[in-house]
Write a protein that binds this ligand. Structure first.
Ligand SMILES: *Cc1c(COP(=O)(O)O)cnc(C)c1O
Length: 452
């Protein structure tokens, strides 16, 4: 079991940056060969430097084995990594408690042979993003928003990545000319009000590079909000520096959606990163992916969402895993997501409940999927159910032509049809926590005195 930051930094290669390097110097493209870490690194000084983390990502099977010798009997990952690159920040690797697929952090970042499972209904680009690209690097699918792929680099390559076809296969960043073409397109499409900067991970870019992107997009008068999609607060929280926050602040309104999937990712470092962003006035959302064997238990998602709102991060989407090649082993049944949504509603504040969405194949876009709450309808009533199983008749607006609904009656036979006809107003479960509390505390309706 290797779980401390010391063991991770000891096995990481020697830092390649001088200790006093400027905050935004580019990360070294090629890490030095492994050697024991210095006292300095052990003391955490370089550990806390995001460029050190970028320069010391675990990228080869050899580096992985140095960190986790217990993997020496596992299959050779070299061909797999050739197809789907690996990178893990020393920080994220330090969150692994056990080098085994039962460990959620391990599963999300360490390549597994199952990535080669390839049933015929999968494709490299199921969302057909390449068909919605009027300019290379710009995906325009929805009427009022568009997405810019600003870089193909990530600090850590998620094994469940939806852009596995591009992420990391060539670590490159958008150039000035491409960016101008995108700004041009946005200028000609004033209906686009919201631009999402995605990738790869845009926060792996140098602050000045990212600023060029933000400044270019801000020049387009019709662009109202800028959004950044990033997993950096989860896998490289050291990157959220005061200098970065100060830069982002100059381009408000800037929103950030991050990507926490498991409560074990909610560390002190991540919390501080989110707090720095929130303090800079950046509203934070979270987009999780439902992953088999990682976070597909309702209690896991509940703990994650509770933790997120405490960090001022609003759970935004819970994604069904896409039909992407290389991630099939993570896919759950659609019913699992519905079960989880059923579990969350009634237990958790609405603020903490994400929307479960399927990003539809064939470029259909995000489709919300919910448990069924509308039980049945008639012209006069809609019958709704709540999380407890209570069925309530909701009377539609009075319309003289429709004829009056029947008077509710105590003696009416119980049944859903009686609710739609107005003969009854509610069917209650025999007991619930709420109904028991009601009986104990306040069995009668409020008098005007009591409610004042
Ligand atoms: C997800 C996505 C968006 C943003 O969708 P929201 O529902 O507004 O978060 C925009 N463009 C593309 C291509 C997307 O995949």
């Amino acid at each position: 079991m290797i779980s401390t930051r010391d063991s991770a930094s000891e096995s990481a290669p020697e830092p390649t940056l001088p200790a006093g390097a400027a905050e935004d110097e580019p990360p070294p493209s090629c890490p030095a060969p492994p050697s024991p870490a210095t006292e300095n690194a052990r003391a955490g000084k370089r550990w806390d430097d995001w460029r050190w983390q970028m320069g010391h990502r675990i990228r080869t099977p050899k580096q992985l084995l140095t960190l986790f010798p217990e993997l020496r009997h596992s299959p050779d990952l070299t061909p797999l990594i050739g197809k789907y690159p690996m990178a893990i920040t020393p920080y994220y690797a330090s969150l692994i408690q056990e080098a085994a697929p039962s460990d959620p952090i391990f599963q999300m970042c360490v390549p597994q042979m199952q990535e080669l499972i390839d049933p015929p209904f999968l494709s490299a680009d199921p969302l057909e993003e390449c068909h919605d690209m009027p300019v290379p690097g710009l995906i325009h699918r929805y009427p009022d928003r568009a997405l810019v792929i600003a870089t193909t680099t990530c600090s850590t390559y998620c094994r469940h990545c939806t852009r596995k076809r591009v992420a990391g296969t060539r670590e490159s960043t958008i150039g000035k000319q491409r960016l101008e073409q995108i700004a041009d397109y946005l200028g000609k499409h004033p209906e686009i009000h919201d631009v999402i900067i995605s990738g790869g991970d845009p926060l792996t870019m140098r602050t000045e590079q990212l600023e060029v992107v933000l400044a270019t997009l801000r020049r387009v008068p019709s662009v109202q909000i800028l959004r950044i999609g990033t997993r950096v607060p989860v896998v490289l929280p050291q990157r959220i520096t005061e200098a970065l926050c100060a830069m982002l602040k100059r381009y408000h309104p800037v929103w950030i959606n991050t990507h926490f999937n498991h409560p074990r990712e909610l560390t002190l470092e991540s919390r501080q990163a989110c707090e720095r962003l929130a303090d800079a006035g950046v509203p934070l959302g979270n987009q999780s992916v439902l992953l088999r064997g990682v976070n597909d238990a309702p209690q896991t998602i509940e703990a994650l969402c509770r933790g997120l709102v405490q960090m001022r991060v609003r759970p935004y989407y819970l994604y069904q895993c896409d039909l992407v090649r290389g991630v099939e082993h993570f896919r759950t049944r659609l019913s699992r997501g519905i079960e989880i949504m059923e579990y969350l509603r009634g237990r958790l504040s609405g603020l903490a409940i994400p929307m479960f969405v399927v990003d539809a194949p064939r470029g259909g876009g995000k489709i919300p999927v919910l448990p069924t709450y509308v039980v049945t309808q008639s012209p006069t009533h809609t019958v709704l159910r709540n999380y407890e199983g209570m069925l309530i008749a909701y009377p539609e607006p009075y319309e003289p032509g429709l004829g009056a609904a029947a008077e509710p009656s105590e003696t009416s036979a119980p049944g859903v049809w009686e609710l739609t006809a107005g003969r009854n107003t509610v069917i209650r479960p025999e007991q619930s926590v709420r109904l028991t509390r009601r009986q104990a505390c306040c069995p009668t309706a409020c008098t005007s005195e009591a409610s004042e």
